[in-house]
Design a protein around this ligand. Structure first.
Ligand SMILES: [Ca+2]
Ligand SMILES: [Ca+2]
Ligand SMILES: [Ca+2]
Ligand SMILES: [Ca+2]
Length: 295
């Protein structure tokens, strides 16, 4: 008698378990899926949906429960890693969606690279951008070709690829595309503030390493600004002008003039020996680098 009760209990437990297991996957039959991949003896196999019940009862597991083409992490030997096998929008190679706190592309990082973007100039050149604080900045120097009022350093076009072009102040007013503008001193000051003030902001704005800067004191590029030492065009040198200080200084125009109609305008400088973001003013006829900031 005792034995019979035991057997009955086991039978009830088994049928309850069996039902739950199948209920969980009821949506699969609703989706009219004919084939499904399961992990069988450590290997993924493709079976007919009609055979699923038998396989699950033998302890096999469904691979890729959410049907996104990737199986759960460690679900079966040789399987691919879906870090959320209950959400078909999350899988390796999916687009990382910013600000949702979810690792959408299963690379182990949440909301990575979310401060980076791109901007296109009026010639179709594409530039990296970076959000620093609440401002979006170009992360490369403007390289738009303009007939008058701009220079390739040393008249060498290969310099443009790395350092962009040098523009006089007038021309610099017009090189930023729609929805972007030449930064004012207010934009630059805000940037410096987010990075801990002008006394240390420069180090956080310089590209790291010695590929372009020489030397490169205190560079971390923590901000992603990736400031480069493009030098400048000195319009006062003899009557011909001269490009100087590449690898030593990066100077970027501000839209803010020293005074109204002054001959000079503010600019902001990074130096190879310094972690400062310096406020300077240069003659408007000189050629300096340009970064645009989003409106
Ligand atoms: Ca999956
Ligand atoms: Ca998934
Ligand atoms: Ca990610
Ligand atoms: Ca995300």
């Amino acid at each position: 008698m005792k034995k019979l009760i035991y057997l009955s209990i086991i039978a009830v437990l088994f049928s309850a378990c069996e039902k739950n297991m199948f209920d969980e996957h009821e949506d699969l039959s609703l989706k009219k899926v004919n084939k499904i991949t399961i992990c069988h003896n450590g290997h993924p196999i493709n079976i007919s949906i009609n055979a699923l019940k038998v396989h699950l009862n033998h302890g096999d597991e469904i691979l890729d429960a959410d049907g996104d083409g990737f199986s759960a992490i460690g679900a079966c030997s040789g399987s691919m890693d879906d870090c959320d096998d209950n959400d078909a929008s999350i899988f390796p190679g999916a687009e990382e969606i910013c600000g949702d706190g979810i690792d959408n592309n299963c690379n182990g990082e949440v909301d990575e690279n979310c401060n980076e973007g791109t901007m296109t100039d009026s010639d179709g050149n594409i530039y990296k951008t970076v959000i620093i604080g609440d401002q979006e900045w170009m992360a490369e120097n403007m390289a738009l070709y303009v007939e008058d009022g701009s220079w390739a350093y040393d008249n060498d076009e290969t310099n443009v690829t790395t350092y962009g072009r040098l523009y006089n102040w007038e021309t610099a007013q017009n090189v930023c595309p729609a929805d972007w503008h030449l930064p004012t001193q207010s934009n630059w000051n805000k940037l410096a503030g987010v990075l801990g003030g002008r006394g240390i902001a420069g180090g956080k704005m310089k590209e790291e390493g010695l590929s372009h800067w020489s030397p490169n004191t205190g560079a971390s590029n923590e901000s992603g600004f990736t400031g480069l030492p493009g030098g400048f065009y000195d319009s006062d040198f003899n009557s011909t002008g001269l490009c100087i200080n590449i690898t030593r200084y990066g100077l970027w125009w501000s839209a803010t003039q020293l005074r109204q109609n002054a001959n000079n305008s503010y600019c902001n400088g990074l130096g190879s020996y310094s972690i400062l973001l310096t406020i300077l003013n240069y003659p408007k006829n000189d050629g300096l680098s340009v970064r645009c900031v989003k409106d």
